[in-house]
Design a protein around this ligand. Structure first.
Ligand code: ATP
Ligand code: MG
Length: 569
């Protein structure tokens, strides 16, 4: 491609509303152009990268037997009512009305279309296993579209769905797809953490997220640098480091008057104790159950997802009004001597077992208890692991300290089980002639997010640094000066490389060397070849790889072989 012909040029300044490196660089370099928040045009350079990513995905999905198809983006609302996701996903659904009264949604995901589709073709065990996928646009009314391609309202996704006779068959296939996913990311030069995440509300199954470490990532991931375990913060397990209190004796319970703020920090300061000595009570409003309290060490936080999974119910923090109605005094709640008329049970996090002489509220304004001890002064209904893991906890597998990192989720795979086949009555007849529910899995990769993530990982202060496998072109030829010998030779080089199957972009513009070289750095094509009067004197070109500072001259005679080697490495 001649740069002078290319639609989508570099701009001098980045767009002023770019909130991330990928939005800034991709726009400035002419790869994408924003239409509205979370909605982007992919210009020819960006579309080339997108297609390369998709080709990698397609090859890897085909390799695990996936058959590519294309499902509609517009879904009648009725299929979403079958699963109830018209309600549970209401906040992100884009709804529209067709002529007449018919309501439709723009597909945010395709379980509701693929399952009834499968019903049409799966009858017997002989039709299974089956795996189909599409590469398609998804629509989600994200409350905050942000970070360029990382969180869009209209975005690209490869979604694959598999159908099996049994859980065991799904388990086996799931592992194959997990490996295929790792292949995709490796071919994009991305190092991913495979994270055990929640399998959805109250599911005891895990899903796996594939996450790339980068400061802009919205997800906090807990990793063990020793054994490589990576867990989603919401459900991460880790060992709390207990204080050494073996020698400490239980002291007599005391009620004291206190002037203090509500935070654990204020509380610890007021009593001159470390934060872990505060017995923290947090109250939740649990669906169909009312208020439930959790007691945990003051320096730790409750994981709401762990609590939901434990109670198998949805919940939210209790509001000040709800606490007051129950007779609880905000900021002074505790399970110690709680008035009999207040019907609330407390669940204990394991972390409170190994601390003596806690400080906690006395269920009355400006009154606290000191020297509170478990069993002697209060009991809990049950103990469980409810703690939100943070840096410094020990890895549950190898005892090494855990670390928190920020990461972007670039893929997610789930074992759906029979959730959707039950909803749509997707049955098959087994060998004995009995009707059984089909077992399903689903597997998603955000391909536009992947493109943005690659830029977040591969850039420097001058611009993008595309990994070869997804670069828009392999080689960026730059001619310096208007000398005819230079422009002729550059054009010849461009034609020769193109003829030998090398993807080349030739900057043939009549621009200053500074502009052309800055643009080459910004665009980030892996190999830059400069042709100038100086290099021609030496019958060579100047060779510079975008990922290195090294510059060298390569003779024309050696160039074709060296370029081939470079792009096949
Ligand atoms: P997130 O937690 O980031 O909102 P999700 O878990 O809701 O994502 P999935 O339903 O698992 O997303 O979708 C599969 C993949 O699609 C994700 O792993 C991600 O790579 C991509 N994806 C999801 N939402 C968006 C979005 N708004 N913009 C771009 N890519 C997205
Ligand atoms: Mg996900």
């Amino acid at each position: 491609m001649l740069y002078s012909d290319l639609f989508g040029k570099t701009r001098h300044n980045p767009p002023c509303d770019a909130d991330s490196i990928n939005a800034k660089l991709l726009t400035q370099a002419g790869f994408i152009e924003k239409l509205a928040a979370g909605i982007y045009n992919l210009l020819p350079l960006g579309y080339r990268v997108f297609n390369k990513i998709n080709k990698i995905i397609e090859e890897e999905m085909n390799a695990v037997g996936g058959q590519r198809l294309l499902m509609p983006a517009l879904h009648p609302i009725d299929i979403w009512k079958v699963t109830g996701r018209d309600r549970t996903m209401d906040d992100i659904l884009y709804r529209t009305h067709a002529s007449g009264d018919k309501e439709f949604v723009f597909g945010p995901s395709h379980e509701e279309t693929v399952t009834p589709l499968a019903c049409k073709y799966i009858q017997s065990y002989k039709d299974l296993p089956l795996s189909v996928y599409q590469i398609q646009t998804k629509f989600r009314d994200e409350p905050r579209a942000k970070s360029g391609l990382l969180r869009g309202r209209e975005f690209g996704m490869k979604d694959m769905y598999s159908f099996h006779v049994s859980e065991e068959d799904l388990d086996e296939y799931y592992e194959e797809v997990k490996q295929a996913y790792l292949n995709v990311y490796e071919r994009c030069d991305l190092k991913t953490h495979v994270i055990e995440a929640s399998g959805g509300p109250f599911s005891d199954k895990f899903s796996h997220e594939f996450s790339v470490e980068t400061p802009i990532g919205e997800d906090t991931v807990i990793v063990c640098e020793k054994c490589g375990t990576a867990q989603n913060l919401e459900i991460a397990e880790g060992k709390v480091v207990d204080p050494d209190e073996k020698e400490e004796k239980e002291l007599p319970l005391e009620e004291v008057d206190v002037e203090r703020g509500f935070s654990v920090e204020d509380n610890a300061k007021a009593h001159n104790v470390p934060e872990y000595k505060i017995l923290k009570s947090v109250v939740y409003n649990v669906e169909d159950e009312g208020l439930v309290g959790v007691v945990i060490r003051g320096d730790l936080n409750v994981s709401v997802v762990k609590l939901e999974n434990y109670l198998k119910k949805r919940l939210r923090s209790a509001s000040p009004e709800e606490l007051e109605k129950m007779g609880l005094v905000q900021g002074y709640i505790s399970p110690v001597n709680i008035p009999k008329n207040i019907k609330i049970s407390f669940i204990g996090d394991h972390s409170i077992k190994n601390v003596k002489n806690f400080v906690t509220g006395a269920n009355a304004h400006a009154k606290d208890y000191k020297n509170v001890n478990l069993a002697r002064d209060f009991v809990v209904k049950d103990f469980t692991d409810l703690v939100e893991v943070k840096s410094g906890f020990e890895c549950a597998k190898c005892d090494k300290p855990l670390k928190e990192i920020q990461a972007v989720e670039v893929g997610n795979i789930f074992k759906l089980g029979t959730k959707y086949s039950e909803a749509f009555e997707l049955n098959y007849t087994d060998k004995d002639g009995k009707a059984k529910l089909v077992v399903m899995g689903c597997y998603g990769i955000g391909n536009t997010r992947l493109m943005g993530t690659i830029v977040e990982v591969y850039h420097d202060e001058k611009g993008m640094i595309w990994p070869l496998g997804v670069a828009p072109y392999h080689v960026h030829i730059v001619s310096l000066g208007n000398d005819k010998s230079v422009t002729d030779k550059s054009m010849k080089l461009y034609e020769d490389l193109k003829d030998s199957g090398v993807e080349a972009l030739y900057d043939d513009r009549d621009e200053s060397p500074g502009v052309k070289l800055n643009d080459a750095d910004l665009i980030g094509i892996p190999l830059r070849l400069i042709v100038s009067k100086r290099t021609l004197e030496n019958d060579s070109v100047e060779w510079k790889e975008r990922s290195s500072d090294k510059v060298s001259d390569v003779k024309f005679a050696d160039l074709a072989g060296k370029v081939k080697k470079f792009i096949n490495k």
